[in-house]
Design a protein around this ligand. Structure first.
Ligand code: ACO
Length: 425
């Protein structure tokens, strides 16, 4: 008769164990009981969490084989078409689409908390003019914890929610200030308008920078697509660091640091550098040959979970066309399209199920909007903050969660006596 258990026979001892299966998972701690003599019990070895669920979550669903992404049950295609980033952030955080009055209150909270303390500005002033804005962002968001000591009060739900909208509200300001610093331009202060972010980035002598509506909507959709992606590297950092019960500003700094790397959120910047390095459509075949020979990776391709076209990349391709209609065709697009065409027909990429991911085309859009490459990961971090905060809030409310502290398989030296200097060879 069928039962929701896994039967394991340990061939070292001949013992048999029945391990319960719940929600398609066994508990790793149920392996403790599988022992030989007095050893510590069996552990599962899983570098990079290839097949380990670190939490239960109700926020985002991904089916990597079928290319499906849903926030709180809603398909990403519908949200990208019909929603706004702020509404999406609310959905991700609170589980339901907001009513009109909830959306108004939420929008008010986000738009009215974007000012940062003047001393943070002084901190930004201290960075080199060519400092990477992602380095500035993660340093300054971490520094915000010193301005909000009450953020340590993570067990009070209302206080948690306050920190959540504060963080979502202030990240664009920190990002824009980092950008202006790199150009040596005066900071443009936030206002309570929704086009605030583009104004903070691009305002010159005019009273208010008026973004082209197509570009404004394109950025909003890109923010929707980047808002959450379940247990990715940076979210895992957020949860892992947050599990020590540190304040959320420090945990977001850690998550932003994880996002910075070229294998994760830094990939959009790396894609552009790669396209510029290739230089011409005619050189794509030669470049692909090098990748297949183990010389570097095709950046913006491949994903730990998607073994099919990343649904976000499909939507982004459509936005790219709209942006290029306004700003003119990005000359690197031809190289990107040729790379995609060749890679999708190539046995190496087909066998490994490598498809374009979210980062393959997003950089081209940002570049066409006039943003420098090193701002690309920053533009990823702004919307992902809502995902990080939702995952952090969910973790704190989950009775199953504990301090993140993985085990290791120790392969080092056996016990031995200390050797004084004169006895070492
Ligand atoms: N180009 C060439 N080969 C690749 C690529 C790539 N982009 N990605 C994976 N492979 C190959 C690997 O060399 C490996 O081949 P092998 O089996 O012959 O050794 C195989 O595919 C599996 O690769 P892994 O690195 O084991 O897969 P993993 O799931 O760990 O990697 C990752 C996922 C890191 C995203 C990878 O595909 C990659 O480096 N892509 C490029 C960077 C990138 O675009 N990152 C953004 C991801 S999306 C995001 O984080 C927002």
């Amino acid at each position: 008769m069928a039962s929701d258990t896994l039967t394991v026979i340990d061939n070292r001892t001949g013992k048999k164990y029945d391990i319960p299966i719940k929600n398609g998972a066994i508990k790793a701690t149920d392996l403790f009981q599988i022992k030989v003599g007095n050893d510590d019990g069996l552990v599962s070895y899983d570098p990079g969490f290839m097949n380990t669920a670190s939490c239960q979550s109700k926020i985002t669903y991904i089916d990597g084989d079928r290319g499906i992404l849903r926030y709180r049950g809603y398909p990403i295609e519908q949200i990208a078409e019909k929603s706004t980033y702020l509404e999406t952030a609310y959905l991700i955080l609170y589980g339901e689409l907001p009513t009109q009055s909830q959306l108004e209150e939420w929008t008010h909270n986000i738009t009215f908390h974007s000012i940062i303390h003047e001393n943070i500005k002084k901190l930004i002033d201290g960075f080199h003019h060519d400092a990477h804005p992602m380095g500035i962002l993660l340093s300054t968001v971490g520094a915000l914890s010193t301005f909000y000591p009450e953020a340590k009060n993570i067990f009070d739900v209302d206080s948690r929610h306050d920190q959540t909208y504060r963080l979502i509200s202030k990240m664009p300001t920190l990002a824009a200030f980092a950008y202006r610093h790199s150009l040596g331009l005066p900071y443009s202060y936030p206002d309570n308008d929704l086009s605030n972010f583009l104004n903070m980035l691009f305002k010159m002598t005019e009273l208010k920078y008026k973004p082209h509506p197509v570009l404004e909507r394109a950025l909003d959709v890109l923010f929707i697509l980047h808002a959450d992606h379940e247990q990715n590297c940076s979210t895992n950092a957020m949860r892992s660091v947050g599990s020590s019960q540190v304040d959320p500003y420090s945990a977001v700094a850690a998550a932003a640091a994880a996002l910075y790397g070229p294998l994760h959120g830094g990939a959009n910047e790396a894609v552009l550098r790669m396209l510029m390095g290739i230089g011409a459509k005619g050189k794509v075949t030669e470049f692909i040959k090098k990748v297949k020979g183990g010389e570097g990776r095709l950046m913006g391709f491949g994903h730990r979970v998607y073994k099919n076209y990343d649904p976000r990349a499909k939507i982004i391709k459509g936005i790219a066309d709209q942006v290029f209609e306004v700003k003119g065709r990005n000359p690197l697009l031809d190289i990107a399209l040729e790379l995609e065409r060749i890679a999708l027909e190539d046995e190496y990429f087909i066998r490994r199920k490598l498809y374009p991911n979210v980062d393959f085309y997003s950089g081209l859009i940002y570049q066409s909007m006039g943003l420098p490459m090193d701002m690309f990961p920053v533009l990823f971090a702004i919307p992902r903050t809502s995902g990080w905060m939702a995952q952090w809030e969910e973790m704190l409310a989950d009775a199953d969660q504990k301090l993140a502290r993985p085990k290791q398989v120790y392969l080092g030296a056996e016990p031995r006596d200390y050797v004084p200097m004169e006895g070492r060879s």
